[in-house]
Design a binder for this molecule. Sequence first.
Ligand code: SF4
Ligand code: SF4
Length: 165
Amino acid sequence: MRFERYGAGLVKGMIVTFKHLLRHPITTQYPEQRLVPSRRTRGNELIWNSAKCVVCTTCAKTCPQGAIHMVTAVDPANANKLTITTIEVDSGYCISCGLCVESCPYNALHMGYAYEKAKYRRQELVQSNEGLLATETRKASAYMHADMEKELPEQTLLINNKQQG
Ligand code: SF4
Ligand code: SF4
């Protein structure tokens, strides 16, 4: 009797196994295959627009992690104005909460679009000055900036991948 029950379970298990064997794979072969993240993703770096920034330091004060460090100075060309001499974001402390982006009153800060940022050295996790500016490879996401969505590629999902495959 016991043997019969064991056999039935084995058959059921094999049926499940065969179903999975015939199913289309739903995983991707990373890193050869990469999915495109959401256009409003909160990537693991920040993008700063120095032209829009008015050096109010709101972002640094808002950060719950103390991950943004700013050094300001009086603008030599205008004594009523401040300039940033150093801006650093330690992405090793950043939890990608997006509060700094939400708090910026001049839309000068964006969440990055990238999600791969493994580094060999701790210091390389700190973005500073020019390292915070947008480049061809370092793009801003549309998080908190829905108007930027049209410039970004459509998100691919595992389910899309399945249909395409
Ligand atoms: S995303 Fe959050 S943790 Fe990261 S720098 Fe901005 S406020 Fe700080
Ligand atoms: S909150 Fe915006 S405008 Fe103010 S210092 Fe930060 S990036 Fe610049």
